[in-house]
Design a protein around this ligand. Structure first.
Ligand SMILES: [Zn+2]
Length: 700
């Protein structure tokens, strides 16, 4: 058997085109990657030896190498999310460390970095276009941030820090997990579960059964309440027992803050190491290092934004709390005269129910999936001039419910495709919703001819499947989620960049990446768009006006409090990674308490050890980056306000603005700095005015 025949036999090694899902079985994963990684390793060694500091001598061969791995690994990762099985998981776990290792090797290759440096320093303006130049600049920066530019002792120290930080991150999240698991509250009498919704009773009974109470039922208990969010959150919102809420709350806020699971030492060490790492790379603080690859220009710019939002939301949050206190006091309940931390969620939920008098379930009949898709596609047509049509049957799928669509431009020529996997399948599919790349747009040279490879996206949601002959009926939240993921998909699919390193969502700074997705959510509240798709699936009746008004009102319920909470996290994160001095007068907990004075309206309890469970910044990728949530929201709200200014009821104005959005934000991908992209759409730098207005908050 020849080598070539061998490779084509394993469908995971095809390396291009739509994956033949039916042919891909878990037992093919390990042999495929053994072969592929060995081959790529040899190719990398070869490239490192022969690399030339030119586009065709460096970037193109490197792209071919990366794309080959991305294709195979992309298929496996995708199936892990949508067609999971014990066999696949085992194969994935076997292969993953080797794949990660290879990606690290690529990003830390000194010969490739040197070649990029040379290419970047040469007089390239006549050989490289601006997109290519930015790709080269990004490659240099990424490599430098991973320590490639260091040598000798500094390099050794850098690698030792990386290793220790990785270990500390794992330890930190394990402690949080273990501390979360270590606590539970088993309730046995009906009086103790008063107020709890049936979904929580089912979850609590299931949890009790898993803990050995074989006969636990949702109706008769026992019920086991835990600190996991799906259990903790609803309990705090619905339990009528203030004493039990207090118990749970105190356990929650002190997770991983004492004994063997105490994260305090890890926090100190992590902050110290990050500071040292930043210094090795030539930055004054870790926050400056973090911002080196983000859209935000400087720590000062981020701080100015956060402070601007803080001033407005603080007053609104104070008003929210005063209103809530008055509402509770009017109910003549003992606790109501002195609301404590563990009472807030509960009363906020009661007030919400009373104020808006509807629940998520009532709206489902107005949002059957096929109609929502029609509404979404006609919006895409009106705004961006693209036509979306079903193309089911023309692409292999991983499940019979998966749909396939084509996107065509104004001339009718196809420009992209996407999969839609809408329904929840708990046994094999991960929860949540996401957009992922299946194929990235690129110009391809093959046998002497150049063709454009069209992008293909995966859109994955987790909504209720059709039952009893009814279509899938969506909650309004699920509609927003679909629009959100579709927004990511649009940026991937409507890109006009032909270099895979900067096409679609590639090479976009991550504090800007949520722009198109959050932008699309706004259209769910747009009168014409909403009423165009919200029709009762049986009677055809349009969504009654009072529901629309409630949706608008509910959108801003306690929005000042919600914003202030996010700002509290973001400001603490930034302060710890910018000004905080490890080993100085203040501890990280002191820093948090100091910042709480201006970012909370109800000061945290003395034993509140929130930092010990703040995995986003100590065990995830959000260190000195938590602000990104708000940064991107400013962009998306401001982008939407361009449509408001043009006139939401003016079809011609909408189309003009939409085409401009398509030609900038959706088309340019990572080929330009996101600030330039934003300015080319908006004509100016971003402003917070729209975000505050959309949240019902107006600058004082
Ligand atoms: Zn998103």
């Amino acid at each position: 058997m020849t080598e070539h025949a061998n490779i084509t036999e394993n469908p995971l090694l095809i390396g291009k085109g739509l994956p033949p899902f039916e042919a891909i079985k878990p037992d093919l994963v390990v042999p495929a990657f053994e072969k592929l990684l060995a081959k790529l390793d040899a190719e990398l060694t070869n490239l490192e030896a022969q690399v030339e500091p030119t586009w065709s001598g460096l970037v193109e061969p490197l792209d071919r190498l990366k794309e080959s791995l991305n294709w195979s690994w992309g298929v496996v990762s995708h199936l892990m999310g949508v067609k999971n099985s014990p066999e696949l998981r085992q194969a994935y776990e076997t292969v993953q460390p080797k794949v990660v290792q290879f990606y690290n090797k690529l990003s830390q290759s000194k010969p490739l970095y040197d070649a990029f440096k040379k290419l970047g320093e040469s007089d390239r303006s006549d050989t490289l276009d601006p997109a290519q130049q930015r790709i080269v600049e990004s490659a240099i920066k990424d490599a430098e941030l991973s320590g490639v530019g260091l040598s000798g002792e500094k390099k050794e120290r850098f690698n030792a820090i990386q290793l220790e930080l990785a270990e500390l991150g794992t330890k930190f999240s394990n402690h949080v997990l273990d501390a979360t698991k270590a606590f539970s509250l088993t309730l046995t009498s009906k009086e103790e579960v008063e107020g709890l919704p049936s979904s929580l009773l089912s979850l609590a009974a299931q949890s009790a059964r898993a803990a050995g109470e074989e006969n636990a039922t949702p109706e008769n208990g026992p019920w086991r309440i835990t600190l996991d969010l799906p259990s903790y959150g609803p309990f705090m919102q619905h339990s009528t027992r203030s004493d039990l809420r207090e118990k749970l709350y105190r356990a929650f806020i002190s997770r991983a803050s004492s004994g063997e699971l105490d994260n305090t030492p890890a926090i100190d060490r992590i902050l110290q190491l990050r500071k040292e790492k930043a210094a090795l790379l030539g930055f004054n603080s870790y926050a400056e290092l973090s911002l080196a690859r983000k859209m935000a220009p400087s720590v000062e710019a981020v701080e100015a934004l956060l402070e601007e939002l803080r001033r407005v939301s603080y007053d609104a949050a104070a008003k929210d709390l005063a209103e809530l206190k008055a509402y509770a006091a009017a109910k003549n309940v003992a606790e109501a005269n002195d609301l404590k931390h563990w009472d807030i969620s509960f009363w906020a939920e009661r007030q919400r129910e009373e104020k808006f008098a509807f629940n998520a379930e009532e709206l489902r009949p107005y949002f059957p999936l096929p109609q929502v898709l029609d509404g979404l596609f006609s919006l895409a047509k009106r705004l961006f001039g693209v036509t979306i049509t079903p193309a089911d049957g023309t692409a292999p799928v991983w499940h019979e419910d998966v749909r396939y669509f084509q996107i065509a431009d104004e001339t009718g020529a196809p420009i992209a495709y996407f999969y839609l996997d809408p329904y929840s399948r708990p046994a094999e599919k991960r929860g949540g919703a996401w957009m992922d790349e299946c194929i990235v747009r690129a110009k391809i040279m093959e046998n002497g001819t150049t063709t454009t490879r069209l992008p293909v996206a995966y859109l994955v949601c987790n909504q209720t499947p059709p039952v009893d002959g009814k279509p899938s009926l969506m909650t309004f939240g699920e509609v927003e989620t679909l629009f959100h993921e579709f927004g990511h998909g649009l940026q991937h699919m409507l890109t006009k960049v032909d270099y895979p390193d900067a096409a679609g969502i590639n090479n976009i700074e991550w504090d800007a990446v949520e722009l198109p997705s959050q932008f699309m959510e706004n259209w769910c509240y747009h009168r014409e768009s909403l009423f165009g798709m919200a029709k009762h699936y049986e009677t055809g009746e349009t969504l009654p006006e009072h529901y629309y008004q409630k949706l608008l009102a509910a959108r801003n319920y306690m929005s000042g409090s919600a914003m202030l909470r996010q700002l509290h996290f973001a400001i603490v994160d930034l302060e710890l990674h910018h000004r905080y001095q490890p080993g100085g007068d203040e501890t990280p907990a002191d820093v948090r308490s100091r910042i709480a004075k201006t970012t909370t309206v109800l000061a945290p309890l003395p034993e509140d050890a929130f930092l010990c469970a703040f995995g986003h910044i100590f065990a995830g990728g959000y260190a000195a980056g938590y602000y990104s949530y708000k940064w991107a929201e400013v962009l998306s709200a401001d982008a939407f306000s361009a449509f408001e200014e043009a006139g939401l009821a003016d079809e011609k104005a909408l189309t003009d603005t939409g085409i401009r959005f398509r030609d900038t934000v959706l088309a340019l991908g990572g080929s330009k700095h996101p600030m330039d992209v934003f300015k080319s759409f908006r004509g100016r730098e971003p402003s917070t005015v729209a975000l505050l207005r959309h949240n019902g908050l107006v600058a004082a």
